[in-house]
Design a protein around this ligand. Sequence first.
Ligand SMILES: Nc1ncnc2c1ncn2[C@@H]1O[C@H](COP(=O)(O)OP(=O)(O)OP(=O)(O)O)[C@@H](O)[C@H]1O
Ligand SMILES: [Mg+2]
Length: 494
Amino acid sequence: MEPLLKVRQVCKQFPGVLALDHVDFDLAPGEVHALLGENGAGKSTLVKIITGAYRLDSGTISIDGKEVRFHGPVDSREAGIGVIYQEFSLVNTLSVAENIFLGDYPMRRGRIDWKAMNEAAAELLQRFAVNAHPEDILTSLGVATRQMVEILKVLNRKNLKILIMDEPTSSLTDTEARTLFGFIRKLREQGVSVIYISHRLDEIKQICDRVTVFRNGQKISTEPAHDLSVADIVTKMLGAELAEHYPPKSKATGAPGLQVEHLSGPGFEDVSFVARQGEVLGITGLVGAGKSELVETIFGARRHTGGTVMMGDVKVDPKSPRSAVANRIGLLPESRKEQGLVLGLSCAQNITLASLDKISRPFLALGEEMRLASEKFETLEVRPGDPQNAAVNLSGGNQQKVVLAKWLTRDCRVLLFDEPTRGIDVGAKFQIYAMIVQLAEAGNTVIVSSSEIEEICGICNRTLVMRNGRIVADLAGDELTKEDILAAISRGEK
Ligand SMILES: Nc1ncnc2c1ncn2[C@@H]1O[C@H](COP(=O)(O)OP(=O)(O)OP(=O)(O)O)[C@@H](O)[C@H]1O
Ligand SMILES: [Mg+2]
């Protein structure tokens, strides 16, 4: 069958990086095609070339056998290509309905037909089982819900022929992901082709027909998904077998490092626990259970409505992130783009941003800044490896590593990680796990909030399980297993 989309010998050079090196890629009508590869392999760049967001240096792109030249996203949109980007493209100050219909508002007698728009949005939200109201303002919604709105916005388009999804499920609950897969299947039946990018390799076999793997800007292979195991895919991605999944756990446990007593706030209630120095304490549960709200409140980024937080004998009132930082509490936030990085600054500047006290004595010691940044670049294998690059030019996963580096550089005694490996490729995850355990072994109190139950079991000494804003289990030792965690989540009580 003639491919719907045909990419031939496409090259794209960025200063110092050949992001795409003579790439060929075919998308068949009505197929779901996975695009996989390590952080920085070139996946998002290919997407941006296909949509016309970036110009290609050489090569051709054809749709239905005809060569196309898109000069921008508007052209590709007209040709029936829809994209859900890794970075949100929503307007936070507008409502859900306004975002879904952005640029294409239903009109009536020359005016925006608000009623029709809100009704159509309500229908979409309901069909997709998204827990939001058409008139909700985006800022009032959580990351997962915003991601669903982003998806609805594209699915709402009538001329959709090719749907490209760049890590769409990284902030969705399992239920939402399943709803999304159901929708993708329906689209496929209607003849829409899908390009699907994800670092959650277990999803690939559930939803994809074929798999293309990229490494260092080159296409390595295209194969039917049912011929491949997850291990095969990993080997192709890395060019070698993955040696280890998890480092040995922390063996140090000391005095209480953080005591949370009867803490309540929006999204969670009456939470009490003690986290010890030297241990990695997990907080798990489904997306939406209140984990992020809890850690953000401990950090002072949200207001608590009751309870206390202590560090040893000292009462720390989580009033603001500034006071948390003064108390040497650090948070790696869930939505890194908004909370973690200044995109216009260099990576080195981003990394030292939260520890200027270390490098200014009293003048900014630029050599020290570079030294700190280079050290972290090496351990976390950030690519490209020059800390002087602007953060905006890094691939999604490498940006995550820079945010992580920023918090690792700061002298914190209590470190809160919220979904630390989201968007990180399988190879680099190990480095991050190793650093988390190292931080604990050095005597810090480390709390990891994650909905990836496997990683909780892999690195934590103990985990709390949350459901509907409450702690429903505290598991350690033999009880720290996937089965016990799932049982606690579904039982929903102590
Ligand atoms: N605008 C840009 N300017 C300079 N370099 C860029 C730019 N965009 C991407 N790159 C570089 O091109 C390479 C490929 O990046 P790309 O974003 O395509 O990776 P990716 O496969 O999507 O990775 P991830 O899984 O981390 O999202 C990387 O080395 C990246 O740093
Ligand atoms: Mg990407």
